[in-house]
Design a protein around this ligand. Sequence first.
Ligand SMILES: Cc1ncc(COP(=O)(O)O)c(C=O)c1O
Length: 470
Amino acid sequence: MNPWEIPGFLEIRDGRLHIDQVDAVDLASEHGTPLFVFSESRIRHNIARLQRAGDAIPCPLKICYAAKAMSTMGILQAVREAGIDIEVNSGGELWKALNAGFTGEQIIFNGTSKEVWEIENAINAGIYAIQVDSLYELSLVEETAKRRGKRANVSLRLVPEIESGTHSGLQTALLTSKFGMMPDEAFSAFHTYKDSPHLDLCGIHLHVGSQNPDPSVYSEALVMLFDSMVRIFNETGTRLKHINLGGGFPVNYLNEGGPAFPAEQSEMFSADFEPAAAVQTAWQIVSNAADDENARHLLDDITLLLEPGRSIIADAGICLTTVRNAKIRPVSETTDHQPLTTDHWLMTDAGFNILLSMETYKWYYLLISATRASESHATMYKLAGPLCDGGDVYFDIEGMNRLPEHRLLPENVGPGEVLALLNCGAYSLAQASQYNGRFLPAVVLISSKGEVKHIRKRDSFEDLIANDIY
Ligand SMILES: Cc1ncc(COP(=O)(O)O)c(C=O)c1O
């Protein structure tokens, strides 16, 4: 079995890739490529894995899917039907969440630059928590709630100053990052607003970063939240209702034996630990501290929130792409693997307009042939997308050692062959653009009953100019 195969989900049948028992090559011919294929069963599997954290701790666990990872309506509905709640980052995502059927109680709202209309909509929807990013924003929430004659549920986002071994763009908990408020500011807010009739300061929040390779950051983070809870109670008598540990649980993007991967990057890309184990360890540490400090009563009625995105949706999404062009180019250099005289280039129809992280973060998505999944993947190719942009490649073009120099596929891959980029469900279509006049792709969801549901149609020519005025 190949390291990427997952029985019942990603399998090889008759030599071809099957996703939830559906032939990927047939999907590509029926719907065209690039095509995103999502598995509802895998989404449910990933959610169940996170829910095990709830069994590992004595308090209620509220899991809020980070919608920014992927928010096509069919996916939001699948997540809701799987029984969890949602975290949104804008008035637009809030609107989508409500339209996907989430109730106000199920929604938390993050973001660093909320506008008054967004705050108003959140208050009107009676959401579980507006996660406030600064003292200025808190005053705006209070003013808005007062004007509407309502009370807003608020949680304050803290800067925990915890570094995680992830990509610099995914670090969110440092003093140098743009998120949250200093703990002292938060404490002063509890003093100022504890008796406000318009604010219920019910929680505190942090997010250490995304794709965190080391589970111990969750212990550090929970200790920080607990210490803050104790201080808030001691100084203001406020008893919090929830603490939010954020998201960031990793996905193993390197589930393969394949190409030599730059060592500096491999720890992050192959990160793999059980969220439940990380949360249980963290809780145990905090529970011991609570006993030592006679503060157990503060944990009695607390709800723990998590807001995972990629650990729910990344490996549930596959991007199917077709090779559209091929060429051979002489090279003068030798590589680590063997001396080369030529490079075999393959151009696909999936560029960084639909997989932006490939360009911005040099993100790695495992690539296989869907047409010939059972054949040995040992031939080196330079893979590139279709965009008129030299950075639209799937390998290390900068010589910075952040990606492999080549991709491995079967021999003689040429135009027409369908390839599959795995673990593509998070931060891909959600960040996509029509750059180069390219149509945003169609999306299908294979339901847990095995039906193929078309949940997003491919853009049309009209979509390319839908909002242009001319
Ligand atoms: C505040 C917050 N919560 C949750 C997430 C989700 O992270 P992930 O998709 O890695 O779980 C992010 C992502 O950066 C975030 O910024």
